[in-house]
Design a protein around this ligand. Structure first.
Ligand SMILES: [Zn+2]
Length: 349
């Protein structure tokens, strides 16, 4: 049944003909972490020129986040977005969607197929934003469930390594786990059930050849536990989008150790993440080589931030992005800040 649902999604979504204007083959996989000032927006451009946007930042200040996403799309050579995935219905993740669709066409909208919990539906911000979401999408939205693949195109000749974008958790369901996410587990810390929409976020694993990237939206501690224990469902990744802007109610060290990333990128804000427990847990990872941040966090001082050359927006600055490019044939990926910084390279594990 799940297979049929995924095939139906493939047929309903319009296939892309988008070839990137800025490059020749062989192409890289590019990932842009955009500054939504503590919100979320990640743009993925595949080697075959398809694009996936995960989340759209905030509505306010008006046009800021939509303009930033649009500029990043144009910089990447995109004239449309193939798949726009909304991980969950918090204002920092879906607020700018209508403004964005006024700037660039979107071929296929995807979300978790359920509204936030009842008490969040009563929230003034949700009541303001959800009608804009319906207007942007026209209500034509495909549901992503744990275990589904986003139907990205692959090179039929097999010369370009296979790319796969897979959902490992959605709507508080973890792929391969059918029990109660919030039930106590002997020997481990399970926290109070998360009654917000954070825990219901879509969590995605992107693989390109041997390269692996995990982007978990704002999933929280108990969901993270079941991604790592008793089965390590994702295993080691090269790149980790620090979950939930680096807040401590997420970033369960059990999952961080299981992922054991080489590079982390935190979509934090000037006063939001990376919180101290998460920062300590990231720094303690055995194979971590660099922790990038979108913003310098003014609450924690230099000791609570990564080094200055790994921060996209220093104190008082904003709008700078972080770009990751993956070249599997060279067994490396590179990370740079904005358009000017020299790339730092890292080995693919
Ligand atoms: Zn968020």
């Amino acid at each position: 049944m799940k297979r049929l649902l995924v095939l139906a999604t493939t047929a309903l979504c319009v296939a892309s003909n988008g070839i990137r204007a800025d490059q020749q083959t062989p192409a890289t996989l590019d990932i842009y972490f955009l500054d939504m000032v503590g919100g979320g927006s990640t743009l993925i451009v595949t080697p075959l020129g398809e694009s996936v946007l995960i989340d759209t930042g905030s509505l306010e200040p008006k046009h800021r986040d939509a303009d930033r996403i649009y500029r990043a799309c144009r910089y990447a050579g995109m004239e449309h977005i193939d798949y726009l995935i909304t991980t969950h219905f918090h204002s920092d993740h879906f607020g700018a969607i209508l403004e964005l669709t006024k700037r660039i066409p979107v071929k296929c909208f995807m979300d978790k197929g359920a509204l936030p919990p009842k008490h969040e539906q009563e929230n003034k911000r949700f009541k303001q934003l959800y009608p804009l979401y319906l207007q942007a999408t026209g209500g034509n939205i495909k549901t992503i469930r744990a275990g589904d693949d986003i139907p990205l195109r692959n090179d039929p000749s097999g010369e370009i390594p296979q790319i796969k974008l897979h959902c490992v958790a959605s709507e508080k369901q973890v792929e391969g786990f059918s029990g109660d996410i919030d039930a106590p587990v002997e020997g481990f810390t399970i926290k109070e059930p998360d009654t917000s929409d954070n825990g219901r976020s879509i969590a995605l694993l992107l693989t390109y050849g041997r390269f692996k990237f995990f982007a978990g939206g704002d999933i929280t501690w108990n969901i993270e536990h079941h991604l790592a224990h008793p089965v390590n469902r994702i295993r080691r990744v090269d790149l980790y989008q620090v979950t939930h802007h680096g807040l401590d109610q997420s970033n369960n060290p059990l999952l961080l150790k299981a992922l054991n990333p080489t590079v982390c990128v935190a979509m934090n804000g000037p006063r939001k993440g990376i919180q101290p427990n998460t920062f300590a847990a990231l720094k303690a990872l055995p194979d971590i080589k660099a922790i990038y941040q979108i913003h310098y966090n003014t609450q924690y001082g230099d000791g609570g931030n990564t080094s200055a050359d790994l921060i996209a927006n220093a104190k008082g600055q904003e709008g700078g992005f972080i770009k990751v490019s993956v070249a599997p044939e060279k067994k490396i990926f590179t990370v740079s800040i904005g358009m000017k910084q020299r790339k730092k390279w890292f080995p693919i594990q």
